[in-house]
Design a protein around this ligand. Structure first.
Ligand SMILES: Nc1ncnc2c1ncn2[C@@H]1O[C@H](COP(=O)(O)OP(=O)(O)O)[C@@H](O)[C@H]1O
Ligand SMILES: [Mg+2]
Length: 526
């Protein structure tokens, strides 16, 4: 007879859930974990600076703490920034409680899940038993605070092992975070370098220093003081609501009637629209928002979602790079011959505004490849893994017919695709690839087509110039002969003199084409 066992039920704290399922946040093995640790800490450092109008200066140090016979060793990862700092009463939770964040608002930031730093702390604690060390001084504070924190996994609460504060005799503000983690530097080296290089491309206004465990230091200089406009916090757009969200908003609002509620709590709703929406939902504008029953809430959500005449969502909570910054970043790191960038106007999917930007770099020091090299970014974060499952890859690989633009591969072509939104449709919390949302795909394609059209004009112009130069060179061969015949016809003019005049005329033509002088072109073509 089969024995029937009794099922035992329990619930998990968020910390225990992510401890068990750390791979979904990118901490699947020592290689990924070291990369992900750097990434999460650098993203927090950038959020604490550029989102607040501070030119970032960020220092990343990975040093090896101990080694064993295996490939994995213990490393210390330290990231220092000159950002806004963290108020001391938030430090324990910010690093010791999963799903605790200052970024759960409608304003574009790199962080969005309230997980990143904690996953690094959790992984470090699991593999080395050591706490995270945080030193921080908020921007207007006279003191520096230091903490050592572990996570109590069962209760998802911080355990503060050490706490101190010191007075400050200078203007330093910012944060230093140090975690001890098991990792595999030799196999994560290339990804970490690539991550930092791509960060330097998208944030040319940042100064980045990285010291690796082998004693190498790389310095990405700031190449512009131009920064994206810091994002502003906005109210939600009516198209983005659902029943639960509306319930929460109705519960927390300070307004006392439905009409004011719609006008004050949402963007794009004025008094005429509010009245229209409420009459379509069959609701009295004077109703107390807290008194709505579930049927009324359902009706209101339906109308808010379906009403087509709201103004489109605003884009000022989004912080796009802008064409100039993208071009500067591509130029300073890739040293191409041609560069262009396109920033599209805000667009919308499921009520969420987003902006697509595309940069394109061609020639110069870029090596030819069989396909365009794709640099993907979401909210200024470089995405390095899962390229083939990303919508940007599909657009480049399937939607664009490169031969139509006169580009044949191998070609020295790099394409940067950046999406900004407060709701990026990532395929996982590891934030590595973006889902194929039709509206996003369409915007990416339009931006890319515009950039490639510009490249096509450039390449066509260049080709024409080269043809003209070639023609000039072949004509130049006849100069001595022509000069000789002319000198025979025109009395008193020497052949050498005529040769000089003719050569000068051809050189002027080439200069107008902005090409080299004839001598150099002859050498180049031969
Ligand atoms: N370097 C830093 N400077 C300022 N604040 C920070 C820094 N690192 C972390 N924080 C704070 O800690 C919070 C939690 O960080 P994290 O776990 O990475 O989640 P998220 O970045 O998604 O909010 C952040 O929302 C931020 O308020
Ligand atoms: Mg973060």
């Amino acid at each position: 007879m089969a024995t029937i066992s009794v099922e035992r039920f329990k619930s998990l704290s968020p910390a225990e859930f992510f401890y068990r399922n750390r791979e979904i946040a990118g901490f699947s093995n020592p290689v990924r974990a070291l990369y992900q640790t750097v990434r999460e800490l650098v993203e927090n450092a950038l959020d604490a600076t550029d989102s607040h109008g501070i030119l970032p200066s960020i220092k990343v140090v990975i040093s090896q703490e101990s080694s064993n016979d295996k490939k994995t060793n213990v490393y210390t990862v330290t990231v220092e920034d000159n950002g806004i700092g963290i108020p001391p009463h938030h430090i324990p939770n910010a690093f010791g409680q999963l799903l605790y964040s200052s970024k759960y608002i409608l304003r574009q930031t790199r962080g969005m899940f309230g997980l990143g730093a904690k996953m690094a702390v959790l992984y470090g604690q699991m593999t080395t038993g050591k706490p995270v060390e945080v030193i921080s001084s908020p921007i207007n504070s006279r003191r520096i605070y230091a903490f050592k924190v572990l996570i109590d996994i069962k209760s998802n609460k911080p355990i503060v092992l050490f706490k101190a504060s010191y007075s400050k005799n200078n203007n330093w503000h910012g944060t230093v975070v140090k975690v001890h983690v098991e990792g595999d530097w030799s196999r994560s080296r290339s990804k970490i370098y690539e991550y930092l290089r791509r960060t330097a491309i998208i944030a040319p206004y940042a100064e980045l220093v990285f010291s690796d465990p082998e004693g190498n230091t790389i310095y990405f200089q700031r190449s512009t003081d131009l920064m994206p406009v810091p994002p502003r916090e906005v109210r939600p757009h009516p198209h983005g609501v659902d029943i639960e969200m509306l319930k929460m908003m109705l519960h927390t609002t300070k307004t006392t009637n439905l009409r004011d509620f719609l006008i004050k709590e949402f963007q794009s709703v004025g008094s005429i629209t509010a009245d229209r929406v409420l009459s379509m939902a069959g609701l009295d504008p004077g109703l107390n928002p807290r008194k709505l029953n579930i049927t009324q809430i359902g009706k209101l959500v339906k109308v808010l979602k379906e009403y087509e005449r709201f103004k489109p969502p605003r884009g000022d909570h989004l912080s796009f790079m802008g064409e100039d910054i993208i071009k500067t970043g591509l130029k300073s790191i890739l040293k191409p011959e041609f560069v262009t960038a396109v920033t599209r106007k805000p667009s919308v999917y499921e009520g969420h505004a987003f902006i697509i930007e595309v940069g394109l770099a061609y020639g110069g020091e870029i090596k030819p490849t069989d396909k365009p090299t794709l640099l993907r970014y979401a909210n200024k974060i470089p995405l390095l893994y899962d390229e083939k499952s990303d919508v940007a890859y599909k657009v480049i690989d399937e939607n664009i017919d490169w031969s139509y633009y006169g580009i044949s591969f191998p070609a020295p072509l790099v394409i940067l695709v950046h999406i900004c939104s407060t709701k990026i449709p990532y395929k996982g919390v590891g934030k590595e690839s973006i889902a194929e949302v039709p509206e996003i795909e369409k915007e990416m394609e339009s931006a890319l087509r515009e950039a490639v059209r510009r490249l096509k004009s450039y390449v066509t112009m260049k080709r024409r110039e080269i043809e003209e130069a070639e023609r000039a060179v072949s004509i130049a061969k006849y100069i001595p002969e022509v000069a000789y015949s002319l000198s025979k016809i025109v009395n008193g003019v020497k052949q050498e003199h005529l040769e000089k005049i003719l050569l000068k005329m051809l050189n002027q033509k080439l200069k107008r084409l902005q090409l080299n002088t004839l001598d150099e072109v002859v050498v180049a073509i031969e």
